[in-house]
Design a protein around this ligand. Structure first.
Ligand code: GUN
Length: 299
């Protein structure tokens, strides 16, 4: 194995430390305590784990956490009414509605009802447009985390060739926008891309966000490429009753033979997502109060 391991767990702890420091200063100097509201509809087990973890880390950095757990059968009108209350609550600086939502709820409608300045997920169409046009936006947390890891590794990303595998609104598309903003030459590859291995092999930076276990293998990579693995996939258990192994979208063993640096799964991009959610909540708080934005915690 040759590749440097990019330790997202340690980097995320650093980000949370910076957020906590700035939160303490906001409290001491301005009497402001940032607040994050998380809305969970239904009982999806994975979502419950994420929401619990978000609440815990929010409190740990000194922010206020508001959790709203709603029944799976909650009507769209009731959910929209809650969001309206949160939009108008000055103690709430950030609002996150955990996705996926139950099928009877219109995700686009719900997300676009969040006040854009409180949209710490960066999913509101206003924030998507602001990011695409190079204006001050709230930026989706997972791509922001990937960008921070890449900037830390390279310093400048200018002129690098980057391939983003996956075209989701949550990761692929905003990731491509962020890399473009940092002056990379960006390609988005997806399930219909022809000769995808050859496309990926041209890249200095590979961001894999497709949700297919171990799809990208070492022979797809240019030697020395930096690989950011966003995937979290659970393999079938090898024994009855066992828990399947967690793997990324990249076949770690073969990729690490060829890559210059690589994020592991778990312990790579995963911990960065919540750290960036906290960073975004801090950024939103600073903006609404007309204060300087936290350095190194924004795109
Ligand atoms: N579900 C999976 N990832 C995310 C995310 O980043 N934000 C929200 N709101 N829901 C998610």
């Amino acid at each position: 194995m040759n590749a440097q391991v990019i330790d997202g767990k340690a980097f995320a702890a650093e980000v949370r430390g910076k957020v906590a420091e700035k939160v303490a200063a906001l409290k001491a100097e301005h009497g402001i305590v940032p607040g994050l509201a998380v809305v969970l509809v239904g009982e999806d087990p994975a979502s419950q784990v994420y929401v619990r973890s978000k609440g815990k880390q929010t409190v740990e950095v000194g922010m206020q956490s508001f959790e709203h757990k709603l029944d799976a059968a909650t009507s769209e009108a009731d959910l929209l009414a809650l969001i309206d209350r949160l939009n108008n609550d000055p103690a709430v600086n950030g609002i996150l509605v955990q996705l996926p939502l139950p099928g009877h709820l219109n995700e686009d409608l719900v997300i676009n009802s969040i006040a854009p300045e409180k949209d710490v997920d960066g999913f509101h169409i206003s924030n998507v447009g602001l990011l695409a046009t190079g204006q001050k936006a709230m930026v989706p947390c997972t791509p922001l985390g990937c960008l921070m890891l890449l900037r830390d590794h390279f310093g400048s990303l200018s002129g690098k060739s980057a391939v983003v595998i996956g075209r989701s609104n949550i990761v692929g598309k905003p990731m491509a926008q962020l890399l473009l903003r940092d002056s990379c030459t960006v390609t988005i590859a997806h399930s219909r891309t022809k000769d995808i291995e050859d496309v990926v092999r041209r890249a200095d930076i590979v961001v894999a966000a497709v949700g297919r276990a171990e799809m990208v293998t070492g022979d797809w990579l240019k030697p020395g490429a930096v690989v950011i693995d966003v995937g979290i996939n659970r393999l079938e258990p090898t024994e009855p009753g066992g828990k399947g192994k967690l793997v990324g979208d990249v076949d770690y063993a073969s990729a690490a033979e060829v890559a210059g640096a690589i994020t592991p799964v778990p312990g790579g991009v995963g911990p960065m997502t919540i750290a960036c959610l906290l960073a975004n909540t801090l950024t939103a708080t600073c903006r609404v109060n007309g204060l300087d934005e936290p350095e190194g915690l924004t795109a």
